[in-house]
Ligand binder design. Structure first.
Ligand SMILES: Cc1cc2nc3c(=O)[nH]c(=O)nc-3n(C[C@H](O)[C@H](O)[C@H](O)COP(=O)(O)OP(=O)(O)OC[C@H]3O[C@@H](n4cnc5c(N)ncnc54)[C@H](O)[C@@H]3O)c2cc1C
Length: 351
């Protein structure tokens, strides 16, 4: 094994950023993504580019994200927060409260965070990007790493390294031969995948009628089904989005139609009759997506998790297999910034 050839597993932000940076350095790579799309937890609606995954980054303390969107020339704008916040609970019903002031400036990418995915993917060589390629096993052979995928892929080379751009819990599900020691598996499965237990609702409207009524679009509810709602307008249209408060197990018993119907009723309670008929609305349940959430994530509270910074894969995998997904970051683990930080850390150690 002489030549450096890296297999990047996962085409979310971490995998794409790794490919982008390796490409710039002239290092050979192939990227393998299990889904039929790139982006991982980054997903925006087809119509309007409203985010069903991450919406915000915070340039005050997330310089890598700030620099990357600037480098890619992506227009960004500040989250709309002007106006009153709505609150509701069973005792008071829906009431108008003071404005909600997030501590740091929350920025959004125009057209949805998936523009970041599109921009990175557009700079990568298609012949080295493989969709519908779920890694199942890694075998260590004399010549290097032999990868086994669920689908049939053309004859693949062996790789010097495999960078797992995945949540640690999904990495723990990959079969290694020789096998990983139990301690490694436990360390990986102990790390919750951030936001994996969550689901988002997005409703697109003809106008931002709440703004006209002096409301910011922010709302907090103890009734549900949405616990937290925010303005999601962009240049393409008006929208509100919310995070579900009902947990993954409760959601699993309801159809998307039932969830949407309950959300619409709540939107009317909070924002008035104009909210009754969105142009369209979408629900995405990340807890039900096996390429994000494991069974453990579905029952967890969705807390932030970061892999222990001293974590390494045990011999003979040390240095050959690395984790570069967001949850592997020493700082900002779970966030998009964490995905960039985790990649940079491993890149810095590449000999
Ligand atoms: C609802 C929601 C809201 C969020 N809000 C924010 C926010 O506002 N700001 C923020 O910074 N972060 C937010 N996040 C977190 C953010 O999305 C993540 O930090 C980031 O997208 C992680 O990128 P990643 O590449 O590390 O992992 P992922 O995006 O999870 O990518 C992993 C990729 O690996 C693929 N994969 C899985 N298993 C295999 C396999 N065996 N073989 C091949 N491929 C595989 C998956 O399909 C996926 O594409 C949010 C997340 C969610 C779900």
């Amino acid at each position: 094994m002489s030549e450096t050839r890296i297999a990047i597993i996962g085409g979310g932000l971490a995998g794409l950023y790794a490919a982008y940076r390796l490409g710039k350095q002239g290092i050979a790579f192939d990227l393998f993504e299990a889904r039929n799309r790139l982006g991982g937890r980054i997903l925006s609606t087809e119509s309007g580019g409203f985010d069903l995954g991450p919406s915000w980054f915070w340039p005050d303390f997330q310089l890598r994200m700030h620099n990357l969107v600037s480098e890619l020339g992506l227009p960004v704008f500040e989250q709309y927060t002007t106006g009153a916040t709505m609150m509701e609970d069973r005792a008071t019903g829906a009431v108008r409260g003071a404005g909600y002031l997030p501590g740091n400036t929350s920025m959004r990418v125009e057209g949805g965070t998936s523009q970041l995915v599109r921009a990175l993917a557009g700079l990568l060589p298609r012949e080295h990007m493989h969709l519908n390629a779920e890694l199942q096993a890694v075998h260590l052979e004399e010549q290097g790493l032999r990868l086994v995928f669920a689908g049939t892929l053309a004859q693949l080379p062996v790789y010097s390294h495999s960078w797992l751009a995945l949540p640690p819990r999904l990495a723990a599900g990959i079969q290694f031969s020789p096998s990983l020691p139990e301690q490694n598996v436990q360390q990986l499965t102990a790390v919750p995948t951030w936001m994996a237990a969550h689901a988002k609702y997005v409703a697109r409207y003809a106008t931002p009628f709440w703004r006209e009524a002096g409301l910011s679009g922010d709302a907090f509810s103890r009734i549900g089904p949405l616990a937290e709602i925010h303005d999601a307008c962009n240049e393409q249209g008006a929208a509100l989005f919310g995070f579900f408060g009902v947990n993954a197990a409760q959601r699993a018993g309801l159809s998307a139609l039932e969830l949407k119907a309950a959300c619409r009723v709540q939107m009317v309670r909070l924002f008035g009759e104009q909210a009754a008929e969105p142009i369209d609305d979408s629900v995405y349940d990340w807890a039900a997506d096996p390429y994000t959430a494991t069974a453990q994530d579905r029952v967890s509270s969705g807390e932030h998790g970061s892999l222990d910074s001293r974590f390494t894969f045990a011999p003979p995998w040390t240095g050959r297999v690395q984790l570069i997904g967001s949850e592997a970051a020493v700082e900002q683990g779970g966030y998009m910034e964490g995905a960039l930080a985790a990649v940079e850390r491993v890149l810095a150690g590449l000999k």
